[in-house]
Ligand binder design. Structure first.
Ligand code: HEM
Length: 330
């Protein structure tokens, strides 16, 4: 999913730059040919992302049901659970007001059964507390068994079971207050999904216009592609945030709580590392932007006879810049 996110970023970036060349009437032939490749590539990558994303959702439902409940803002257990597209979550009062619901779709996406039960946050926390108690009750039983064990193999087996029981009794003992910001998990996830469908739409339109040879007639759409360049970067960050924040309060689900995984490093050292990382990455980002704009401004290193003779479709001085004039002569 993350690798495909990178493919989508590359595809939309390429389409955006090529759209810019078409708007500015530069390298028109190269841009049209490149567009066909970029659009086909992006159509495949974006449709694949929806399918892979759906598989991920299925996996999350089975492996991390609490994350699924937070991502979907479900406080109560529901059979034939609806997929809620827009809404507001009130974490304090355990309420979610959803504006658009598609009945039973969440059950189907999560368990491939329209009638399946999707557990809500409250019931899951109850389940985890019960699990924690069961493991806690198991500890004295296993300790006694360990004392009676005869062979080294038997002892080792019981020791492993004991270790697991201790870890899980502690890790599953969570409370509602331990949950992260549910509105943040809900919003980041939903924005990622909306962007995913938006990318499919623009990739299909771009592919269709490129196939019909009518791209240059749709100036508004070309500008939309240029302006869409930052969006896949945002989708990747949103997906990452929803996966990581949604994982809380665990670092490893049901095994290790994040608060137990914290190293004893003074706050000043953490602040210093963050400051150093922020500075270095800001410098990288500025250099990246400089190089990208420079490369786009310079254009590809090709000039064909055909390229030079392409007349503007609609000779409009607004689309001719001093920069593009000098580049075209080159
Ligand atoms: C329509 C479609 C999409 C669906 C149904 C979907 C579904 C999901 C799901 C369920 C997760 C959580 C995985 C987990 O917590 O283990 C996730 C994470 C993620 N998504 Fe999406 N996604 C979609 C679109 C996108 C797009 C368009 C991008 C980027 C261009 C993207 C990038 C990511 C990233 C980077 C993560 C974090 C992965 C990780 O850190 O493990 N997703 N997505």
């Amino acid at each position: 999913h993350t690798v495909d996110g990178a493919f989508i970023t590359a595809g939309i970036f390429a389409m955006g730059v090529l759209a810019f060349y078409l708007i500015k009437r530069r390298y028109v032939e190269m841009a049209k040919t490149g567009f066909k490749f970029a659009a086909t590539f992006t159509v495949i990558a974006t449709i694949a992302q929806v399918i892979i994303g759906d598989l991920h959702g299925y996996e999350v439902a089975h492996q991390q049901p609490l994350k699924l409940a937070m991502v979907e803002g479900k406080f109560e257990t529901e059979k034939c659970a609806s997929l809620d597209l827009f809404g507001i979550i009130d974490q304090e009062n355990k309420q979610s007001r959803m504006l658009l619901k598609i009945p039973c779709l969440l059950s189907f996406l999560s368990y491939h059964d329209f009638n399946a039960e999707v557990k809500g946050i409250d019931e899951l926390i109850n389940d985890y507390q019960n699990k924690s108690k069961e493991y806690a009750n198991l500890i004295p039983v296993l300790e006694q068994k360990l004392q009676q064990a005869q062979t080294p193999e038997e002892k080792q087996k019981i020791k492993d079971q004991l270790a697991e029981a201790k870890v899980k009794a502690h890790a599953f003992n969570i409370k509602y207050e331990d949950l992260p910001s549910i509105p943040l998990v809900f919003t980041t996830f939903h924005l990622m999904v909306y962007l995913g469908f938006y990318f499919v739409l623009i990739a299909l339109l771009a592919w269709w216009f490129a196939k019909k040879g009518t791209l240059e007639k749709h100036k508004g759409f070309l500008w939309l592609l240029v302006l869409s360049i930052p969006l896949p970067y945002m989708a990747n960050l949103l997906g990452w945030m929803s996966a990581e924040v949604g994982r809380q309060p665990w670092i490893v689900f049901g095994m290790l709580l994040t608060r137990d995984g914290v190293s004893f490093v003074p706050a000043s050292q953490v602040a210093l590392s963050i400051a150093v990382f922020t500075t270095i990455y800001t410098i990288f980002f500025i250099v990246f932007l400089y190089l990208i704009f420079k490369t786009i401004g310079k254009g590809p290193n090709i000039t064909t006879a055909k390229e030079e003779s392409v007349p503007p479709v609609n000779p409009n001085p607004a689309f001719t810049t001093n920069f593009s004039k000098s580049e075209e002569v080159k």
